[in-house]
Write a protein of this length. Structure first.
Length: 517
């Protein structure tokens, strides 16, 4: 389908709600008794995606984090999508700094087995734009999201996947409008630069056909330029809403960006005839009018200069540093961490690895409260804790992704350009839905969609043996004594069989402690 018509594509169909199973009443009652709240005090705001956060009565996640004594395990929780025995063993072998460096060097991690299976199941990921535009755009989106689920759950380069999630929200593009163009953006813009350099990443995003289409830049021309992209590149991608720019700067930047477009295959194309050649003033800097004899490179260079100004602006350094610290460390990161990360950004011109090293020190993690898992993170962490792999999940789309979407985070479908909220108050009102889906996961036995092998949990087939495995696999043996007692009590409270064991696992997955990382 031609990008010009991409927004007319039919959105992904939601699964029948009858597919969405619930916990048994006995198990749900036991869960409610041992974890009556999600340890949060605010409910999602009603004002839309850009609503101000509601300030909770206490620091979210502080009580959960009290049971996490090991800084190394805190690091594992932050730079992966969830604990599992293999990841914990790797961290123990490498130590704190070695483990962090292992994940920062994602290009040296051998993920060939996972990628080979993804290539087989999602062949559209390798197609060029010229081919993709002739294919079923809905299927292209489905294969993109399938691959994202597979990589997050089973890929070894976990920190790269965490940062792909971060930058996908930062440079949000809804597939409900951009459809197959987002596949190109994910493959050619976000993934290659997720652990690279922010300067390079922003420039790549500014020439992404998906971004230019999503924010209506591709048709922007003089004398009536579209201001959407000019506004969002400052408000959301660089300076931040309080970064010191004015509406006049939005208008002037939109004029400078006239000509930034794309061809029918989604590739960047500079349209010289669209450009406004008149004099402009942006962020206090005057740009003289250009003669008709100016080259195409000179026309385009005007916007290139403006983007460089944004990248070097102190407000950009602070906005990006604070947002990364919020994502990786704490909802309210200490000023000292933000300042140190700003210095790292400025010193290295946006080196993402250096900024991560600055944020994720042992001391910073030891002082940080837990963060609340968003629905995608929660589900992936459950898949990893349950020991699922590519052979056990032959169809992530219908087996896991479609029912998980009912928790409110269907990937790449957030309509506003600000991305899925990274705020505990936004997600805390969905706790019953989360409980329900954790129950669904504990009962997955399909050989054609998704299942988990109960055998490892029954390696020592006794009540204490099962609970010990739950503690090791879900919590790396940092399960609170109160939760252990509740699980043992429940497992002993009925007939000891597969059903009872699965219900006990569902209680652990739905417990307050498992909702945080």
């Amino acid at each position: 389908m031609d990008p010009i018509d991409a927004d007319a594509a039919a959105p992904t169909t939601r699964p029948d709600r009858r597919r969405f199973l619930t916990l048994g009443t006995g198990a749900l009652g036991a869960l409610a008794a041992m974890s009556p709240t999600a340890a949060v005090d605010a409910q999602p705001p009603k004002g839309g995606s850009r609503s101000k956060p509601v300030t909770p009565a206490r620091v979210p996640g502080s009580d959960v984090a009290l049971t996490w004594k090991d800084p190394l395990l805190r690091l594992v929780r932050r730079i992966t999508f969830g604990l599992n025995p293999a990841e914990v063993a790797r961290a123990r072998q490498l130590g704190f700094n070695g483990y962090l460096e292992y994940h920062l060097r994602a290009d040296q991690i051998d993920d060939s087995a996972t990628e080979a299976t993804i290539a087989q199941r999602c062949p559209m990921l390798a197609m060029p734009g010229a081919t993709l535009r002739t294919q079923d755009s809905g299927e292209a989106v489905e294969q993109l999201t399938d691959a994202t689920w597979y990589r997050a759950a089973f890929g070894k380069a976990q920190l790269r996947e965490r940062m792909v999630e971060f930058w996908s929200d930062h440079f949000n593009i809804s597939t409900n409008k951009a459809t197959w163009l987002k596949l190109l953006d994910d493959r050619d813009v976000i993934r290659p630069n997720a652990l690279g350099n922010f300067f390079t990443l922003l420039r790549a995003s500014s020439q992404s056909g998906a971004m230019l289409y999503y924010l209506d830049q591709y048709t922007s021309r003089t004398p009536t330029p579209n201001q959407n992209y000019a506004r969002e590149i400052m408000e959301l991608h660089t300076l931040g809403v309080d970064g010191g720019y004015t509406q006049d700067d939005v208008a002037e930047l939109s004029r400078m960006l006239t000509g930034w477009s794309m061809d029918s295959n989604g590739a960047f194309l500079y349209q010289r005839s669209y450009h406004d050649r008149n004099a402009k003033t942006f962020l206090g800097t005057a740009f003289p009018a250009m003669p008709t004899t100016a080259t195409t490179a000179q026309f385009k260079g005007e916007a290139d200069t403006a983007i460089t100004m944004l990248l070097n602006h102190p407000a950009t350094a602070r906005f990006i540093s604070k947002k990364m610290a919020r994502y990786l460390l704490a909802y309210d990161p200490p000023a000292s961490v933000i300042d140190a990360t700003v210095a790292a950004y400025t010193r290295t011109q946006g080196d993402i690895k250096t900024m991560i090293r600055t944020i994720l020190t042992s001391a910073n993690l030891a002082a940080a409260p837990a963060k609340f898992k968003r629905p995608f993170h929660l589900t992936i962490s459950a898949m990893r804790a349950l020991g699922m792999d590519m052979t056990l999940v032959p169809n992530v789309r219908s087996g896991i992704k479609q029912p998980a979407d009912f928790m409110g985070q269907p990937l790449f479908e957030w309509e506003q350009p600000d991305g899925f909220p990274d705020r505990v108050d936004w997600w805390s009102g969905l706790i019953v839905t989360r409980w329900n889906f954790m129950g669904t996961m504990s009962r997955m036995t399909s050989t054609t969609t998704a299942r988990f092998d109960l055998a490892p949990f029954r390696a020592i087939d006794t009540v204490d043996g099962v609970v010990n495995q739950i503690s090791a696999r879900l919590f790396a043996n940092e399960m609170p004594a109160q939760l252990r007692l509740a699980l043992v009590t429940y497992l002993r409270g009925g007939t000891y069989n597969e059903t009872r064991i699965r219900e006990t696992i569902s209680l652990a997955l739905a417990s307050n402690e498992f909702q945080w990382f």
